[in-house]
Design a protein around this ligand. Structure first.
Ligand SMILES: C[S@@+](CC[C@H](N)C(=O)[O-])C[C@H]1O[C@@H](n2cnc3c(N)ncnc32)[C@H](O)[C@@H]1O
Length: 198
């Protein structure tokens, strides 16, 4: 585990989040949640806390901060790899929105790497209200299920928290109306999927 403070890529915030009481409680109730009459229809986190993660975070600023820091530390590690695998992809792209972008660290890395981009960090209002202002990144609050800011390209990283097989992604991408897609290896746990409208 990378918990050193050297090079700003410590994963300690991720450990602090995952070992918090709030995140451990659903694991400790896992068997009773699964065997209850709701039969796994309600995710363990929601069953234990009475609401889903993002509503819980909105009502618990300390936990929201833990989430934001955990996501940011992972972004600082992975997004440079994503940028390295995506050279050429942003040529001619003026406006990019990171949907569910959290602290904006991801967008800050992208606009530094591709300086002609105007970057918007889009997340729930309670998140963008407290994030720091980063160079060349505009923070916009809203709900992605209502609308997102107008842009030329959308960036999404870990925003559903759900792992899918490539076959499942194939279904999701086609159902969403994209014409084609490609998958790029960034030599890490994650891969990049690039979906094109035409
Ligand atoms: C798993 S985190 C990922 C954060 C960041 N993309 C990353 O990978 O480092 C999911 C993010 O989506 C945001 N989010 C959840 N529901 C949302 C919604 N309906 N509209 C906009 N953002 C949302 C959360 O606040 C959170 O910052």
């Amino acid at each position: 585990m990378m918990i050193t403070k050297r090079d700003g890529k410590s994963m300690a915030p991720m450990l602090l989040l995952e070992s918090s009481q709030e995140m451990l409680a659903p694991w400790l109730k896992l068997s009773s949640t699964i065997s209850s009459p709701i039969n796994g229809l309600v995710p363990p986190f929601d069953a234990v806390h009475g609401k889903e993660l993002w509503s819980f975070a909105k009502d618990n600023p300390r936990h929201s901060e833990l989430i934001n820091e955990a996501m940011a530390c992972e972004a600082r590690r992975v997004v440079p790899l994503v940028a390295g695998a995506c050279h050429g992809l942003f040529d001619g792209v003026a406006m990019v929105v990171d949907v569910g972008g959290g602290t904006g660290d991801t967008m800050a890395i992208l606009v530094k790497e591709f300086p002609w981009i105007k970057g918007i960090n889009f997340d729930l209002p309670h998140v963008v209200e407290v994030v720091q202002v980063l160079d060349n990144v505009e923070n916009v609050g809203g709900n992605m299920f209502d609308s997102i800011p107008a842009c030329d390209a959308v960036f999404i990283k870990t925003s559903t928290g759900k792992e899918r097989t490539l076959k499942e992604w194939d279904f999701v991408i086609k159902e969403a109306g994209f014409a084609r897609y490609e998958v790029r290896d960034i030599d890490d746990v994650q891969w990049v999927i690039i979906a094109y409208p035409s």
